[in-house]
Design a protein around this ligand. Sequence first.
Ligand code: NCD
Length: 327
Amino acid sequence: MKPVAGLGQLKSLDDLTNRSGWPHSLFSTDGLPRAAALDIIDTAREMVGVGRRRVKKLPTLRGRTVINAFFENSTRTRVSFELAGKRMGADVINFSASASSGAKGETLGDTARTLAAMNPDLIVIRHPDGGAPWFLRERVGCAVINAGDGINEHPTQALLDALTLMEQLGDLEGRTVAIVGDVAHSRVARSNIHLLHTLGANVVCVSPSTMRPAQMDLALKAQWTDDLDALLPRCDAVMMLRIQRERLRESLFPHNREFAIRFGLNPRRADLLPSHGIILHPGPMNRGVEIEPAVADGDRAMILSQVENGVAVRMALQLMLLGRSES
Ligand code: NCD
């Protein structure tokens, strides 16, 4: 494979496939075939059932090794991948950047080669730089899952969001989903825009103009507005985003209060949704900024279902990337 040159050249699936025809790795939802996405979501539905049993462990990945390599802070995604691997029976090892050699000046290439020498079957990577999962895949012989690379992509989040939406709304064909807030710096938004389009939904992004991504491909695929009140009555679901302060070099709006007044989801706005309309948030939430506590804790909020579905999607994915191969 050629070195990663730019985000535009990245593909969602590895060019290697295992014996059952499944890709070894998941990098992106951009280009992820509809049938593959639906297969993952259907398998994840079964895994939700496994997670609710008294005994939650399957023997499917017994003897397989999964390394969760997190070079960026994470609570739910790291715990979710760890739990998913353990519930599938794999041996799971976690390391985070603060405890790794990265803090001692080692390059990602050397860390990758070191991990590869330990013969893992799967590396799950979260990294502050876009493209890191592709870079890693070129240096290791095992499967790789992107658990979030900079502002680029977070494919498992989009898959768990799609499962949550489909549980509540059924088929997403023709449904309208609003994505509200800091779209420019959100890998969750990017992965969702790609996958929701693949599943036939209309995506409308709502943000201040300073939070619109410059890349044309995203701008072309989603519609844009800054009038949340006018949009909500025709939305089947609304997805709220945290402002990614850790990625901002300058302030893109005057004050949290200003943002909340114009773009925050409060009870009055939530009531503008149709009666079946639901609310999603990938977490972590900034209560009082993009979402009011009464909305976050209300009946329409699917935030904890998203967390439960996240474990199920990651179990399904690990099964499909590793479990079906004979090697
Ligand atoms: C998101 C992320 O890390 O991109 N969180 C998550 O994975 N659930 C969103 C965020 O950090 O705001």
